[in-house]
Write a new protein. Structure first.
Length: 289
């Protein structure tokens, strides 16, 4: 198995939003995005898969050393071997990979957050940083606005994932809903293990969804027209997440009873529609110059 095959098998799961976001990209960009995603998935699994804290910290230390090897040209892991030839081509900073590992360390140190303010560093490291890496691979012209778009977009996507997986996280003893916001609705972590979404839980989930929407609109406000087409994979991920969030809201935020999904056909159509829209916008923009 080649390093590229290893990354693809790990990162591009069937039916995932990420898979649909890769449509029509040049091979080099697609492989770089997949390698970055694989690095994220592999390292973020440490906290969930290692029940022994000592083993988890040892694995994290190994990955910190592997990042050293990656940037000195001697990577050992299939993921870093896939990343290594793409570092210079796409200007992928070493500190970004270290920030992701610092986010993994936060998962080993904390299983809950007192307030949203305390979560922002985690959101930056595990949400915004992967999106900033993606933005570099996709390229952009506006060096000020587009990174801000990526930062907010990555935060939105992580917040959506944390809400969507709220029950699964509760089952492994983790909670990414701020404690003060849970207390506002008289919710305890144990309530997240129930098989029924009460009115109080529904209100809590709706408040989290409102924050996600705020990040979504803020991200779009930052993205300049000149970079919209280049950044379309991130836009597709945002579009699919928002469509699923709307489905969840329409169903009454029954996140504890069931897993709401978009059908593959709908995902394909939404991704195709966005791509076509952004291509037309790009052509129109070029015609006015």
């Amino acid at each position: 198995m080649t390093p590229e095959d290893y990354c693809y098998n790990l990162a591009v799961s069937p039916g995932s939003d990420f898979r649909y976001s890769l449509q029509s990209l040049p091979l080099a960009q697609r492989q770089a995005l997949i390698a970055v995603k694989a690095f994220y998935v592999e390292t973020m699994q440490i906290a969930e898969e290692c029940r022994d804290p000592g083993v988890a910290w040892s694995k994290l230390d190994w990955w910190r050393a592997e990042v050293d090897r990656l940037f000195t040209g001697e990577p050992q892991h299939p993921i870093t071997r896939a990343l290594q030839p793409r570092l210079a081509s796409f200007n992928l900073p070493e500190e970004y990979f270290r920030e992701i590992l610092d986010g993994v360390a936060m998962d080993l140190d904390y299983d809950a957050y007192p307030a949203f303010t305390e979560m922002t560093l985690y959101i930056h490291r595990c949400g915004s940083i992967p999106a900033l890496l993606a933005a570099e691979i996709l390229s952009y012209r506006d060096r000020r606005a587009t990174p801000r778009f990526a930062h907010e977009a990555g935060a939105m996507l992580l917040l959506f994932e944390l809400l969507y997986d709220v029950r699964r996280h509760a089952q492994i003893g983790r909670c990414y809903l701020p404690e003060d916001e849970m207390q506002r609705y008289s919710i305890s972590p144990g309530d997240l293990l129930a098989a029924q979404t009460t009115d109080r839980l529904r209100q809590l989930f709706a408040s989290q969804a409102e924050r996600i929407r705020e990040y979504y609109y803020r991200a779009l406000d930052f993205l300049p027209d000149v970079d919209r087409y280049a950044q379309r994979p991130l836009l597709i991920c945002l579009e699919l997440a928002m469509a699923l969030l709307d489905e969840i809201a329409e169903d009454g935020y029954r996140l504890l009873e069931q897993r709401t999904h978009l059908t593959p056909l709908r995902k394909l159509w939404l991704a195709w529609r966005l791509q076509r829209r952004e291509k037309r916008r790009s052509r129109s923009l070029a015609a006015t110059k």
